[in-house]
Design a protein around this ligand. Structure first.
Ligand SMILES: Cc1ncc(COP(=O)(O)O)c(C=O)c1O
Length: 379
């Protein structure tokens, strides 16, 4: 038999081993998706589009009105893009693939702030790029700008950022984002900005786009989507926007692969961007859970938890328990019936566990109670 593409061997399986649905009595802190239903007006809009027969091929980059709605949405974050430079993609992940394919060639290095969401590493390797993991500061998970600078080589092509961040919950400050843009300008790098959690910020300040700073707009590829902020993970809808030169490349990749997202989902995605009340209810709930989860996990013996600033994750340092993160996650599942993600599934995540608080306050209390009993029984 002929050989497979050897690059496939370079791609890991991410969190998969710890995402398997456990038995029902287990409290799961592993699932990175909102535990809310997609808002009803969005579902109704998709049904209505189906009833209107919107089931044929359409404009590959996405309907004009949806691209305009995305461009309008992005203005709230000072990202001034033309609707013609927006491409709608099957999920944010596909937008990341397109953005990386358009900018990264064989052997190019891409800087990641680590621990980073594992899919970045896999996507970069699939296109022949080399992910370079630069550890964030352990005390607050913010970028270590000196370390970032020190990892730039003649082969560096791009910096990929994600704020609010999965898995750390950090939201980068304006100053940090500005410094990253400066570095990118100085070394002529692309910035891939995964802003998927941009509407989920619980700290002061909010998400800052690299497009806000001199040199940012022309070198930033902004990538986002509906999955997290609108409770639409299964709809597979994302967007990508950048300067026309990059987007022309992205359009080629899109037309050569997906063609476009499902036609009848586009009016629904547009309705989603216009919602406020439904989104506020979800965000108020996440804000409250973040406080509860942070306090509860901080109370556990041997565990230190920097305060999460956005998204719905907290990253706990469990080194004080005397266990490594694999042992912690494996035993927590077996002995305490609590499922968490061990940090060492990500580069530079050793000694950490990721907790998703996209679950009810009752579950948070119950899960933490079990962990407390388990940890104290070991003392
Ligand atoms: C940082 C980050 N980017 C992108 C995605 C993928 O988004 P989508 O489901 O829209 O492909 C995720 C999902 O977990 C994520 O955490």
């Amino acid at each position: 038999m002929p050989e497979l593409n050897p690059k496939l061997d370079l791609v890991g399986s991410g969190f998969a081993a710890f995402l398997a649905p456990p038995s029902p009595e287990v409290v799961r802190f592993t699932v990175g998706q909102p535990d809310f239903d997609t808002p009803a007006p969005v579902v109704d809009a998709a049904k209505a589009a189906l009833d209107r027969g919107e089931t044929t091929y359409t404009r590959p980059q996405g309907s004009e009105s949806l691209c305009r709605a995305v461009a309008d949405h992005l203005k709230k974050f000072s990202i001034n893009t033309d609707a013609n430079d927006v491409v709608i993609t099957p999920g944010c992940k596909q937008a990341l693939l397109y953005g990386i394919m358009a900018t990264v060639s064989e052997g190019d290095e891409v800087l990641l702030l680590s621990p980073a969401w594992p899919s970045y590493d896999g996507i970069i390797r699939l296109v022949g790029g080399v992910p370079i993991h630069v550890p964030v500061k352990r005390e607050d998970y913010h970028p270590d700008l000196n370390a970032l600078q020190a990892h730039i080589t003649p082969k560096t092509k791009a910096i990929l950022i994600n704020s609010p961040n999965n898995p750390t919950g950090a939201v980068y400050t304006r100053e940090e984002t500005e410094a990253i843009v400066k570095m990118a300008v100085e070394h002529d790098l692309w910035i891939l900005d995964d802003m998927i959690y941009s509407t989920l910020v619980w700290s002061e300040g909010g998400y800052t786009s690299p497009c806000e700073f001199d040199g940012g707009p022309e070198r930033t590829i902004t990538i986002g989507g509906w999955s997290k902020g609108w409770a639409m993970t299964g709809w597979r809808l994302g967007w990508i926007t950048a300067s026309p030169k990059i987007i022309d490349g992205v359009k080629k990749i899109n037309v050569s692969s997906a063609t476009h997202v499902a036609t009848f989902l586009m009016p629904a995605a547009e309705v989603a961007l216009g919602l406020t009340e439904e989104i506020d209810i979800m965000n108020d709930s996440f804000r409250a859970r973040r406080t509860v989860a942070h306090e509860a996990f901080s109370s556990l013996p041997g565990i230190v938890v920097p305060k999460p600033e956005g998204a719905f994750y907290i990253l706990c340092d469990i080194t004080g328990t005397g266990m490594d993160d694999m042992e912690f996650a494996t035993r927590a599942l077996e002995e305490a019936k609590v499922q968490v993600i061990p940090g060492s599934l990500m580069q530079d995540g050793e000694g950490l566990i990721r907790v998703s608080y996209a679950t009810s306050i009752e579950n948070i209390h119950e899960g933490v109670k079990r962990l407390k009993n388990w940890l104290e029984s070991r003392a």
